[in-house]
Design a protein around this ligand. Sequence first.
Ligand code: ADP
Length: 542
Amino acid sequence: MSMVYDEYGRPFIILKEQQSKNRVKGIEATKSNILAARSISSVLRTSLGPKGLDKLLVSPDGDVTITNDGATILQEIQVDSQVAKLMVELSASQDDEIGDGTTGVVVLAGALLEQADHLLRKGIHPIRIAEGFERAAGVAMKRLEEISEKMDINSNDHEALVTTAMTTLSSKIVQQNKRMMADIAVKAVLNVADLERNDVNFERIRMEGKTGGSLEETTIVNGLVIDKEISHPQMAKVIENAKMCILTCPFEPPKPKTKHKLEISSKEAYEKLYQNEQQYFRDMVQKVKDSGANLVICQWGFDDEANHLLLQNQLPAVRWVGGVEMEHIAMATGGRIVPRFEDISASKLGTAGRVREISFGNTSERMLVIEDCASSSAVTVLVRGGSKMLVEEAKRSLHDAMCVVRNLIRDNRVVYGGGAAELACSLAVSEYADTVTGVDQYAIKAFAEALEDIPLALAENSGLSPIEEVAAAKARQVKENSHLIGLGLDIEANEEGFHSADMKEHGVFETLCGKQQQLQLAAQVVKMILKIDDVISMGSYQ
Ligand code: ADP
């Protein structure tokens, strides 16, 4: 495609014949974009809620992921359409900011686009729709604030935090152990939280997974867990009051940097060289011992000879520790990373109350636990599970739960789930629509209807009859709104009849900031899609 100007300076576009096929304009473009984006949201719709289904994704190199986390699903799917990629990014940005609600945001955006499609068919201009949606989103955001309630997160039992974390976990594979997992998430976050500044440093929370065992064996360790073992089986496995030397230099004699050749012509010369090497090792070990260290953490390896020497000197060691782990160890134990042997000194050692090696069942796999670290309040969650897929999904779920707890520490307001918040907003927006004259009214009404799609999807995924359930819940909200702001769908109940219930009583909490972010992001992306009226793909000759 090229843009050229005529003699009056008016621009026009020249498209080659083959390329003209790759250009869509006007309402057609908007409609095809809506279709592409909705194809993404319809994938996620069945994954919404506690009874939502999981997706099994196989990557090109055969890795299998089973998850119902929206952001993870979309990350793994290969999407061609640029507009569909906007939906992927939508989910990713909800994940970055909030960490939870990644399915909900895409389902909401999909519902808005479906409504927009109806309005386009009625002949309403995309811009009018986008503006109507924006006004409606403003009203919904306000309503969310009105119905939110403050939680007392400083009270000692932290029940509010646990309940909110449990709501997030209830839609994940780990739901059977959700109480335990929620407790772990809350403990981990509170351990590193700065309650005065209302902030949480996630870098201090490490998550390690080990296949084997069951989810119930997942534990939280007050310190670090490193997937390494002590280098010799006969070395001490528990080191109390550990003083560790954190080395990034290898345990071996230095090698000249240039290419070299060493000629040994006699037995004596060989022996001398051997003695020298031995002496070098001995000096190194002595240096470490002199500094007062009783554990060596080494980024590089050392050979059997050095290993043996370390054993003789009763100096337990760990080799091949990764760079990131080295940094974490140094940070947590207050030690300094030592790049050269000459630099070893007592002041550079890291200290920890106890370092121990743990083993799992009757496998030969071992891990190193560094507890009661001197300097920071680092914690590690050690996730166990029957398979790698389960461990990975449990890690993702715990991460979501921790994000929710962090969000609640930052802003302690919650709204109620199970579609309660969406229904309340839908009613408010619908009421507002009646006061608006002009075409925008249709778009605002449509926004209200789109909000109902969340409870509809929740009911549908649980095998209930969606329209009847949502209509009943809505009718109750209208009647009892003044004192029951948490009226939503209790889809976990198995009784006959309608399932509308007070979600506050059932402990289905969601953070206000998460819900607001969902509304805002979904409205933004829909507006962006509606404003595209020309899709020109360049360079794809056929
Ligand atoms: P997301 O990735 O968007 O968090 P989820 O699959 O976790 O999606 O589902 C979240 C939705 O499920 C929310 O709308 C929440 O209100 C709802 N939900 C969670 N637990 C319950 C419950 N026990 N009863 C009813 N709805 C619930």
